[in-house]
Design a protein. Structure first.
Length: 257
């Protein structure tokens, strides 16, 4: 009789291996599906922006002169014409060194030869225009008439302006005159917008606005030693002809975040 063939694995063992391999493949696929669909179990908690959004709504509720159209805001044409007439479009307020507008003459500066130094200093401050009115027409649209600004968009001046003055007395004048661009931190909130320049305003106007900001909304209580600005202070700062980013660098160098 011929010898029976000898195999390494019996047919029964082959069938068992195929069955086990199939089961292993199915188990691997199930595990991968579970891993792909399972939600990560961590301590992450989504930020609730409800309070912030409500704060924005409350802060902008009193604004007027525009209407919301979807995700856009339309300003009234007459208000737009007022802004153009007020600020102009030919010289929007950016000047290079030596090109700054001449400061308006102060009342009583000429022909008064009997004024002492102390009287001249007090008279220069007294001769300034109405700082509150200038602030309302120039600054209140962003920083609000209350000085509280708009959270996340425009930083507050109430409670914050004294820190600018104490860090560097010339810094507030530089910010108003030349504007500023760069991230800043005010009361734990980061602002990263563009403060426009107002170099088109006269030296006396800028000094009056700065004096109003430093003494309004309780800021005067934080600055008992505040020395009011004069037009000559603005003229000295204007001569530096700083850029937006240079003003931001000046703020940082003064120790403010």
């Amino acid at each position: 009789m011929p010898d029976r063939s000898q195999y390494l694995f019996s047919p029964r063992q082959v069938r068992m291996a195929v069955a086990l391999g199939t089961v292993a493949m199915i188990a691997a696929i199930v595990v991968l599906l579970l891993l792909a669909t399972a939600r990560p179990q961590g301590r992450y908690q989504a930020l609730d922006g409800t309070q912030f959004q409500q704060h924005l709504i409350d802060s902008t509720a009193a604004l007027s002169g525009y209407e919301v159209d979807g995700d856009r805001a339309r300003i009234d044409i007459f208000r737009a014409m007022e802004l153009v007439a007020e600020r102009g479009v030919v010289n929007p307020g950016f000047y290079t060194a030596g090109a700054a507008p001449a400061a308006p003459a102060q009342a009583g500066a000429a022909g008064d030869t009997g004024t002492t130094g102390a009287d001249a200093e007090g008279g220069a401050t007294a001769a300034l225009p109405d700082g509150e009115a200038l602030y309302v027409s120039t600054c209140a649209a962003c920083h609000q008439s209350s000085g509280q600004g708009l959270p996340g968009a425009f930083p507050p001046l109430a409670g914050h302006a004294p820190a600018l003055y104490e860090a560097d007395r010339a810094l507030p004048l530089a910010i108003i005159t030349f504007g500023m661009q760069g991230p800043i931190d005010v009361d734990g909130m980061v602002y990263n917008g563009l403060m426009p320049a107002h170099a088109h305003l006269g030296d006396a106007d800028i000094a009056a606005i700065a004096n109003h900001v430093m003494t309004a909304w309780g800021n005067d209580a934080a600055l008992p030693g505040f020395e009011p600005y004069a037009a000559s202070d603005v003229a000295a700062v204007r001569g530096e002809a700083l850029s937006f980013t240079q003003v931001h660098d000046l703020r940082t160098a003064a120790g403010l975040e």
